[in-house]
Write a protein that binds this ligand. Structure first.
Ligand SMILES: Cc1cc2nc3c(=O)[nH]c(=O)nc-3n(C[C@H](O)[C@H](O)[C@H](O)COP(=O)(O)OP(=O)(O)OC[C@H]3O[C@@H](n4cnc5c(N)ncnc54)[C@H](O)[C@@H]3O)c2cc1C
Length: 401
């Protein structure tokens, strides 16, 4: 955003009570709530449509909330910050809205709720609710400058607007091809607000050199594991890719992973593999065949080759069996990195919550300015938590903006 003078006069014709920048999940929900209070609301977005990320969410069926929304499923420098909004706008509240619009939904494992038909249903619901609340949406509109005088002055490709309240709902940095930008972080800095370190999250890992060479032959193989990163442990599938690891459990771990950090994988979380091997220790059986009874065959083979495990079970000492079991129950990996923002579902980090009121999402030192949704340093785990944060933070800001 360049520096230039915006005259109040030129903005007079485009006065609004509230301007929301970003027509995604958080921005639209906030706009609806403001409109319901009788505020005149304009939503601006540089994209050609609303809710681009809602559309692709949940593989096109949008995992739009979760029955078990609690602060434990969120990552932030301040883990308490999200509690107030989550308490005031629950998954039941969003389901009531979805039911009002007769959208069919279903629950999958771990409380995840999806549309039966298409994520398009959620976008159409938000657009209809915006219309009902008198919210105007201006697409293909680039904001070039924001100023605060008595009101907020917003210079855009479509003219200059002014508003009493300004809500920044421009999301995170992931999926730049869908319109993600640093805009929200830049606005925060402009108003003297710190932005915490950002990184791609809910993203596949890339193995370091040797691991990549060894395990790329397993691309397409999935394993039901427990994966730990720091104090967090996730049960579920990991999927080997040509470059590293994907699958729901790996994506979950990526939210808590810092560069150079270690992942620990229990490849057999439900099986005491030492006991299994020990019970067969009189048998002349290849170890890879024994492991293949408990693990995918290709994995057992590559694992044994990589670890040079070539002796049959009956020639393997108890100590060696113990070591093999330990390696399978606590396989340590230090990934080279992640696949980055191009494929990350979300951005961890963002607008520092210290600058915001958790009750209203308003900037403590700049009354009238709000930050909501993914642009804020609150990131959910996989399972509908990120969209729920967008709804909840949008809802609370919508009561005050
Ligand atoms: C592939 C994928 C699948 C996902 N699946 C799920 C899921 O199933 N469940 C779940 O909970 N979460 C999911 N997420 C995450 C979820 O979509 C986001 O966390 C959520 O959409 C964030 O909402 P938001 O309103 O804060 O930001 P966004 O939805 O990203 O909206 C931001 C809006 O701001 C606009 N914008 C950005 N910069 C500017 C600018 N400079 N000027 C004007 N406008 C601007 C953008 O065009 C966009 O419309 C998924 C994400 C991806 C990428």
């Amino acid at each position: 955003m360049g520096v230039m003078a915006i005259s109040v006069d030129s903005a007079k014709k485009s006065n609004r009570d509230v301007i929301v920048i970003g027509a995604g999940a958080a921005g639209l929900h906030c706009a609806i709530e403001c409109g319901k209070r009788g505020r005149s609301v304009l939503v601006l977005d540089h994209g050609g449509g609303t809710g681009a990320k809602i559309r692709i969410s949940g593989g096109g069926r949008s995992n739009f909330t979760n029955r078990n929304v609690t602060a434990d499923h969120y990552f932030s420098q301040n883990p308490h910050f999200c509690k107030s909004a989550l308490a005031r706008f629950t998954s039941r509240d969003f389901l009531s809205l979805v039911e009002q619009y007769h959208i069919a939904y279903y629950e999958k494992e771990a409380g995840q709720i999806f549309c039966v038909k298409s994520s398009r249903d959620i976008i159409e619901m938000l657009e209809a609710a915006c219309k009902k609340a008198g919210v105007k949406i201006q697409l293909k509109c680039s904001v070039t400058e924001i100023r605060q005088q008595e009101r907020f002055l917003i210079k855009t490709s479509e003219g200059v607007f002014s508003s009493q309240s300004l809500v920044i709902a421009t999301g995170g940095l992931s999926y730049p091809n869908l319109g993600a930008s640093r805009f929200g972080h830049d606005v925060a800095r402009q108003f003297g607000i710190k932005v915490t370190q950002t990184r791609p999250a809910l993203v596949p890992f890339v193995f370091a050199g040797e691991d990549q060479r060894v395990f790329k032959t397993l691309a397409g193989v999935s394993l039901d594991v427990a994966i730990s990163c720091g104090m967090k442990r996730f049960r579920g599938n990991i999927l080997f890719t040509h470059r590293g690891l994907s699958g729901p459990a790996a994506l979950q771990a990526s939210l808590y992973w810092e560069p150079q950090g270690t992942l620990t994988i229990d490849a057999l979380p439900e099986t005491d593999i030492f006991a299994v091997m020990y019970s067969r220790r009189q048998r002349r059986m290849e170890m890879r065949n024994l492991l293949a009874e408990n693990l995918p065959k290709r994995f057992a083979q590559v694992w044994c080759d990589h670890r040079r495990i070539s002796k049959p079970v009956n020639e393997t000492s108890d100590k060696e069996l113990k070591e093999i079991a330990n390696q399978l129950h606590a396989w340590s990996i230090v990934p080279k990195g992640t696949e980055g923002y191009e494929t990350a579902e979300v951005t961890a980090g963002g607008v520092n919550t210290d600058a915001l009121s958790s009750k209203t999402m308003e900037v403590n030192k700049t009354p009238g300015l709000f930050f909501i949704g993914e642009v804020v340093d609150v990131t959910g785990e996989l399972g509908g938590y990120n969209l729920h944060w967008a709804w909840a933070s949008g809802y609370v800001a919508g009561q005050y903006a």
